[in-house]
Design a protein around this ligand. Structure first.
Ligand code: TXA
Ligand code: MG
Length: 336
């Protein structure tokens, strides 16, 4: 049976849930995007909220659906390096990184080609563009079916935890977007790492590609990004410069070595203290990839347990631990 996700470009207030396993689902989702609609889809990192990158009105509705400040530029998702070359200029560092990490969880910020055909709104008016080639088969099939770049921020309401399942997307965006393509739980669990190649390569956001691996490919250390710009001025830099960005309702207490009975515990490793109101372990065996994959869903589940504080055990600051600690620090930051 043909899924009924072919929506007119103007959203009617109903969100259709499509199973990616249904052979008609990806073509229906691509038709929705082509008509200017909004479709959430799985990538290997987190679920993205997709729009046709060339359709300014669709991009405007995307910002509205997320409740996102409009100065925050979006990542263009493309099928392969050839498609990326139509959007941006590659220097030797960018060439090396694309060859080593695409498809995969690394986003490159590059000089935008004047003939890229991207909506200026999607790029927040910048003359650069963030690009990635996702590895998830559903994301790849959707981009191929549309035949054009798809811009996609994480598919959550602005300021909420990023979604790693279709249920998370539904909880945040039901009634605000046209369709959700359900492809199961996303394997990496944190967003892509972002490297700027506008000058000497700069580490803008820790994520699914560890810094050490990126530096090994470049053969030189990455520059750190300039000190965080603050609320309202994050256009030219990167992500999550809004300090409180991955915010659960509960407060977050970092580096917890003990826990009280009224706290929920986000544990890591085999030595979790007993006695919390609710406990979830990111990785009982202390594996950082497993921890990243569980991070956002465990935060949501502990938040739903109703504790006023989530105590978080220390996470090693190496490999994917950098991205995990970055997201936890944002979740712990003072709320706007
Ligand atoms: O894993 C991911 O990257 C997910 C999935 C859906 O692909 N997407 C994602 O998008 O995390 P978003 O919009 O939540 O974060 C992208 C970040 C933004 O915070 C933005 O500041 C930064 O990329 N960015 C985009 N274009 C940029 C540019 N031209 N220069 C610097 N930073 C840019
Ligand atoms: Mg996001």
């Amino acid at each position: 049976m043909e899924p009924q996700a072919v929506r007119p470009a103007i959203f009617e207030g109903r969100t259709t849930l499509l199973s990616a396993a249904d052979p008609g689902a990806v073509p229906a989702a691509a038709r929705t995007l082509a008509a200017g609609g909004l479709v959430a889809f799985p990538t290997e990192t987190v679920y993205g909220l997709g729009a046709d990158a060339g359709n300014g009105e669709a991009v405007a509705r995307l910002y509205a659906a997320k409740g996102r400040p409009q100065f925050n530029p979006l990542i263009a998702h493309v099928s392969d390096l050839a498609a990326a070359r139509k959007l941006a200029f590659f220097n030797p560092a960018a060439e090396k990184l694309a060859a080593a990490f695409w498809p995969g969880p690394l986003t490159l910020v590059l000089p935008r080609r004047p003939d890229a055909g991207l909506s200026d709104l999607a790029c927040a008016g910048l003359d650069s563009v963030a690009i990635r080639v996702p590895a998830h088969p559903v994301a790849r099939a959707l981009i191929a079916a549309l035949g054009r770049p798809v811009v996609a921020p994480s598919a959550n309401r602005s300021g909420h935890v990023s979604p790693t399942s279709a249920a998370h997307v539904f909880a945040d965006l039901d009634g605000r977007i046209d369709a959700i393509l359900d492809g199961g739980v996303t394997p990496v669990g944190v967003e892509s790492s972002i490297v700027s190649c506008l000058g000497p390569p700069q580490w803008l956001r820790p994520g699914g590609a560890p810094r050490e691996a990126v530096e090994a490919v470049l053969g030189v250390p990455l520059a750190d990004r300039p000190q965080a710009a603050h609320h309202g001025s994050d256009a030219p830099l990167a992500p999550g410069m809004l300090e409180s960005h991955y915010a659960p309702r509960a407060g977050i207490r970092l580096d917890a070595v003990s826990v009280t009975a009224d706290e929920a515990l986000l544990a890591f490793g085999p030595q979790a203290p007993a006695g919390a109101k609710a406990t979830l372990n990111l990785s009982p065996r202390g594996d950082l990839a497993e921890a990243a994959a569980n991070l956002f869903s465990h935060l949501r589940a502990l938040d739903d347990a109703g504790a006023t504080t989530i105590a978080v055990m220390p996470i090693p600051q190496e490999g994917l631990g950098e991205a995990i600690n970055d997201r936890l620090a944002r979740a712990a930051a003072p709320r706007p």
